[in-house]
Structures are given as structure tokens and as C-alpha cells.
Design a protein around this ligand. Structure first.
Ligand code: SAM
Length: 254
């Protein structure tokens, strides 16, 4: 399983681009606006005049908040359809290129050591191999440059291998995990025209890939899911105990 996962190449989201761009809308889904983008900005902390590269940028919804802070935004994604969408909606506040985050194109807009910050906003778990993605992000950064990632928490959210359960005897909502240490390539739900693939790796795999790329982990944020309408007391307790999102920040060593 591990061997196959390491060989698997990540896929463009072209097949689901229409559905995905509709779900996010121009300014991002509710998850983006209230949870993922604020967390990413906190970790990345883009400042006026800085250069920021977002890898797996999709429809480019990170471009406006980064540009609003006065930083210059470059987005890269494997999907030509999502890059076209990003250019259409956010071309005035960022530049966008089709490219593979595990093997970035040599382009004047993507100079080695040319960036103060790099990010993976809900994209790193759709990109494989992880080590190549970390190496490419590190190559873009200046010494001291920051890498920020927001993802589904790999310890509590393993695609098709985790979920909620109800313990009748204790009146308790619990988190169930069927596997964790085995890396997985998981085909995800089909959205009208196509499927995508997500990659589960245990938390240690992220720490190892960062270290190998010369990136020092400096911050970890574990964040609960957004509250749902009509949540019971048990729902709220469980949601507060198990963070379903994870934010990581790392710094390129000099
Ligand atoms: C869940 S979407 C997230 C998009 C965007 N960051 C957002 O939050 O809306 C994952 C994205 O990763 C992109 N992707 C997958 N593999 C990639 C790779 N090797 N290089 C660049 N982008 C990739 C897909 O095309 C897709 O747009």
C-alpha cells in the first residue's frame, strides 16, 4: 500500500471543476470564509510588498485576501479549468498558472528563492507525492520564508476510515477511526462529471517531509468543525473535543 501510494501522481480537478467552482463561489465556501482562509492567513501572515505562492490554488479564492494585505499573489494549479476560473474572477489581484506542485514549471513568475510565503489551502491532501510537494514549496521560499498549510486533520479525519458513532450506554457521541498509520490513496465521491483522489498520511509523514525539505515546523493549530444548525449538547461536546481541521506553519531554514 505504501509503495503504491508513493508512486501515485496527484490529479487535476478538471473533471469536477464546474462543480467545485460552483460550490466555492467567487469568495469561497462557508468553510473557506469562516474557517480555512482566516486560519491560513493567521499562519502565513502576508505583509505589504511580499511575494506569496499558493500551490493547488483551484479557483483562486485566496488571492483577494492576500492582495488586500498588499502582498503579490501567484497561484498554481494542475487544473486548466480552475486556473481559467481564477483568472476570470481574480485576475486583477493575482497571477495564475497551470502547473504541478510536485514538479513546478520553470517560469519567470516562479523563481527559486523568490517568495516570502507559500501555502497549501485545503490542497495538500489532494497532492502526491508529499515529499516532492514540500521540496518544491521549499525551493520557492527565501531563507526565513514561511510555509502555511490548512488541511483536514489527518489524525481524526481519514477518508472513508473515520466518522462519528453513538455509544448508547454512555449517552456519548464518539469518534471512530478504522485505520490511521497506513498511507492511503482514496477515490472521492463523484460529482456529476468525475471523481478526485485524496491522500491520507499520518501526521508524522508531514513532519518528516517538512524536515527533509529544510523546513522547520513552528506552529500547529487544531481547529474544531463549524457548528451545525440544531446541534445537540452531545454534538457540541464531541465537536469541541475532536479537531477536524489542522493548520501547520513552517519556516525555511537559512
Ligand atoms: C480541494 S481543491 C482546493 C483548491 C483551493 N485551494 C481551494 O481551497 O479552493 C484541491 C486542488 O488541488 C489541485 N491539485 C491536485 N494535485 C495537484 C498538483 N500536483 N499540483 C497542483 N495542483 C494540484 C486540484 O486541481 C484542486 O484544484
Amino acid at each position: 500500500m505504501k509503495k503504491n501510494l508513493n508512486r501515485a501522481r496527484s490529479q487535476s480537478w478538471d473533471a469536477v471543476a464546474h462543480w467545485y467552482a460552483g460550490w466555492t463561489g467567487t469568495n469561497g465556501s462557508r468553510y473557506h470564509r469562516t474557517l480555512a482562509v482566516p486560519l491560513l492567513l493567521e499562519l502565513l501572515d502576508p505583509r505589504a510588498g511580499e511575494h506569496i505562492a499558493d500551490l493547488g490554488c483551484g479557483p483562486g479564492i485566496l488571492a483577494p485576501p492576500v492582495a488586500a494585505r498588499g502582498a503579490r499573489f501567484i497561484g498554481v494549479d494542475l487544473s486548466p479549468k480552475l486556473i481559467a476560473e481564477a483568472r476570470r474572477n481574480h485576475g486583477r489581484v493575482g497571477r495564475f498558472h497551470v502547473g504541478d506542485a510536485t514538479n513546478l514549471p520553470r517560469h519567470a513568475d516562479l523563481p527559486a528563492g523568490g517568495f516570502d510565503g507559500a501555502s497549501f489551502l485545503l490542497s495538500i491532501q489532494d497532492i502526491n507525492p508529499l515529499g516532492d510537494a514540500m521540496d518544491n514549496a521549499a525551493r520557492l521560499l527565501k531563507p526565513g520564508g514561511r510555509l502555511a498549510m490548512v488541511m483536514l486533520h489527518p489524525c481524526f479525519r481519514v477518508p472513508r476510515q473515520s466518522g462519528w458513532g453513538w455509544d448508547e450506554g454512555r449517552g456519548l457521541k464518539f469518534r471512530r477511526l478504522d485505520s490511521y498509520l497506513t498511507p492511503l490513496a482514496v477515490p472521492m465521491q463523484s460529482h456529476a462529471s468525475g471523481t478526485t483522489r485524496s491522500y491520507h498520511r499520518p501526521l508524522g509523514a508531514y513532519a518528516e517531509a517538512l524536515a527533509r525539505a529544510g523546513l522547520a515546523l513552528t506552529d500547529i493549530r487544531e481547529v474544531s468543525d463549524l457548528p451545525g444548525q440544531g446541534d445537540s449538547k452531545a454534538d457540541r461536546r464531541a465537536a469541541g473535543e475532536f479537531p477536524l481541521f489542522l493548520g501547520l506553519r513552517a519556516v525555511k531554514l537559512g
